[in-house]
Design a protein. Structure first.
Length: 112
């Protein structure tokens, strides 16, 4: 199941998108006290980059809104790696539960 997708917004500029509120883990996110909006998913991306994929740091920027997660930049490969990592979390309740618990234990605050 692929929930995220990459578009080429303009030649050489790519965007990784997720329509918030469309994942199998939305109910779990709410159960854990968060709103599964674009800003929450930006936090998920930030946690994944800082804990699992530091090589992605600085290779794209976020432009999220309430209803949409968006990361964009010229490095399609970096966005594809983020897409794979986020898709794994977005489709696995236990992985999402652990990510939120670990992030909050380390002092990370989701901006949702």
């Amino acid at each position: 199941m692929t929930l995220l997708f990459i578009i080429e917004a303009t030649p050489g500029d790519y965007a990784l998108l997720l329509n918030a509120g469309t994942t199998p883990v939305d109910d779990l996110i709410e159960e854990l006290g968060h709103e599964p909006n674009g800003y929450f998913w930006e936090g998920v991306a930030q946690v994944l980059v800082s804990t699992e994929a530091q090589s992605l740091e600085g290779r794209f920027v976020y432009a999220c809104e309430g209803g949409t997660f968006c990361a964009h930049g010229t490095d399609r490969g970096a966005l594809e790696e983020l897409e794979a990592r986020m898709n794994a979390v977005a489709t696995d309740g236990e992985r999402m539960r652990q990510l939120i618990a670990d992030a909050e234990a380390s002092g990370f605050e989701f901006d949702d």
